[in-house]
Design a protein around this ligand. Structure first.
Ligand code: ADP
Ligand code: MG
Length: 254
């Protein structure tokens, strides 16, 4: 087995409040290996978004450490990996077309327009939105907007993709379709992914491993290996084995 790409050690987070502090996470430790798809499963308020924001460097933990092992991106000389992030809301710029939204991060980096457009076009095709390059965000369905957000998060070719309930705002059928799409994209790009979700079925369908968080303060209650074959088709969700795995996770969540 290769070295972990991510090492999380004894992470705790206490938000200040008037009552001695709100403990969102306590002593969270785990590691993630290159190309792994890890789901963090927990009920609402268990500290999932807090954890992802700490991993993304958007939030400073109260204690504990996050370190990135392995090699940094080739040629960058940087120790920290590139991170792409997708939230529950697509956060697209309403005054920019699909392709302009996807290429925005490259634009901000000063990449020339021709290169940026070509990269964006490739990712738009990867997420299945060819033909919608010049549409406005308001013309997209929720599922399409999340595809744009995924394409945008991939534009830097990140080492680590962090997804915070990316399908939480979608209707059930669209969400299940997006699972298949994300699974396909992950298979093609072989990214390391951490997906936060409160859906047992979503975590099982997508992940290699599921980390189950306790209710607040979030701690890792279970590190669960998902022994389902890949590629996974929709039918797998209706097998007895899938059902028995779901039952175990349900018991762990409580
Ligand atoms: P989840 O994503 O699992 O729903 P969060 O990480 O958003 O959980 O929140 C965990 C707990 O921390 C919740 O009780 C929430 O109210 C609290 N919390 C989250 N962000 C803040 C903040 N910026 N300030 C104070 N409390 C916060
Ligand atoms: Mg959250």
């Amino acid at each position: 087995m290769s070295d972990p790409i991510l090492l999380v050690r004894d992470l705790s987070m206490t938000y200040p409040d008037s009552n001695g502090g709100l403990h969102a996470l306590r002593d969270v430790s785990f590691e993630v290996f290159p190309r792994e798809f890890v789901a963090v499963l927990g009920s609402s308020g268990s500290g999932k978004s807090t954890l992802l924001r700490i991993l993304a460097g958007l939030l400073q933990p109260t204690s504990g450490s996050v370190s990135f092992g392995g090699q940094g991106p080739v040629g960058s000389g940087a120790a920290s990996p590139r991170i792409g992030m997708v939230f529950q809301q697509s956060n697209l710029m309403p005054w920019r077309t699909v392709i302009e939204n996807v290429k925005l991060p490259l634009e901000l980096d000063g990449v020339d327009d021709e290169t940026a457009r070509a990269r964006a076009q490739e990712l738009i095709e990867l997420v299945g939105l060819q033909g919608f390059e010049n549409n406005w965000p308001r013309e997209l369905s929720g599922g399409m907007a999340q595809r744009v957000a995924i394409a945008r998060a991939l534009i830097h070719d990140p080492d680590l993709l962090l997804l915070d309930e990316p399908f939480g705002a979608l209707d059930a059928l669209t969400r299940e379709h997006m699972w298949i799409e994300l699974s396909r994209i992950w298979q093609m790009r072989q990214k390391t992914v951490i997906l936060v979700t409160h859906s047992i079925h979503e975590s099982l369908f997508l992940a290699d491993r599921v980390l189950v968080l306790t209710p607040r303060p979030g701690r890792i209650k279970l590190d669960f290996k998902v022994d389902l074959p890949r590629p996974r088709a929709d039918e797998i969700r209706y097998t007895a084995h899938f059902g028995s795995l779901a039952k175990k996770l349900k018991e762990a969540i409580g």
